[in-house]
Design a binder for this molecule. Structure first.
Ligand code: 2PG
Length: 215
């Protein structure tokens, strides 16, 4: 059974400052680098064969630390990027006006057509995230890939595997450098396809991590 590990990148400067990144980028903080080392330490004995990362800087850096510990190369996949948050990218969450806060809330409160102007909808993101996950099924037998991606992107992936719509109200907390795992099962008794084994595990981190809304 294919097991796929899902890791959110380490804490960044903008996560700590409550600034919206989306497909914009900021560097890992010192704490984020340490979180990446701790996640690397945790997964290095799991037999990871591929590290596949979103091509944004924060995921690449986290992936580099993990890949080095696991002794494997990194493949970049732009489908694993964070939600495109359009005109709100780079803004501080605390400075949004009422209209802007309304756009943001459409995404986190569950609205089918919600999108920030010039941004992407949750269902568009869900489609590319599932395509990236399903690409793991084409890896050689015995592979154990680890994907490095983002808070909303991974939250949406795990939620949709559980059967929630892509635009469901956000109820899943995936903190920086949390580990989730999904398996592809072919059981006659249980639903065939992807199943969630673990979500949001942070037991390898030695300090409280921010959640995906930087609160
Ligand atoms: O883009 C962002 O600001 C956050 C939103 O959850 O995502 P991440 O820090 O995981 O890239």
């Amino acid at each position: 059974m294919l097991q796929v590990y899902l890791v959110r990148h380490g804490e960044t400067q903008w996560n700590a400052q409550r600034r919206i990144q989306g497909q914009s980028d900021s560097a890992l903080t010192e704490k984020g680098e340490r979180q990446a080392e701790q996640v690397a330490e945790r997964v290095k004995t799991l037999g990871i064969t591929h590290v596949i990362a979103s091509d944004l800087g924060r995921t690449r850096r986290t992936a580099e630390i993990i890949a080095q510990a696991c002794g494997v190369d990194i493949t970049l996949d732009a489908r694993l990027r964070e939600l495109d948050m359009g005109v709100l990218e780079r803004r501080n969450l605390d400075t949004l006006n009422e209209e802007e806060e309304g756009w943001r809330r459409q995404l986190v409160n569950g609205t089918a057509d919600g999108r920030i102007p010039e941004g992407e909808s949750m269902s568009e993101m869900s489609e590319r995230m599932h395509a990236a996950l399903n690409a793991c099924l084409d890896l050689p037998a015995g592979s154990r890939p680890l994907l490095v991606s983002h808070g909303m992107a991974l939250g949406c992936l795990v939620s949709t595997i559980l059967g929630l719509p892509a635009w469901a109200e956000r109820r899943l907390r995936l903190r920086n450098c949390s580990i989730s795992r999904v398996d592809h099962q072919q059981s006659p008794w249980l639903a065939p396809g992807w199943v969630v084994e673990t979500a949001g595990d942070i037991s390898h981190l030695d300090a409280p991590a921010l959640d995906e809304l930087q609160r």
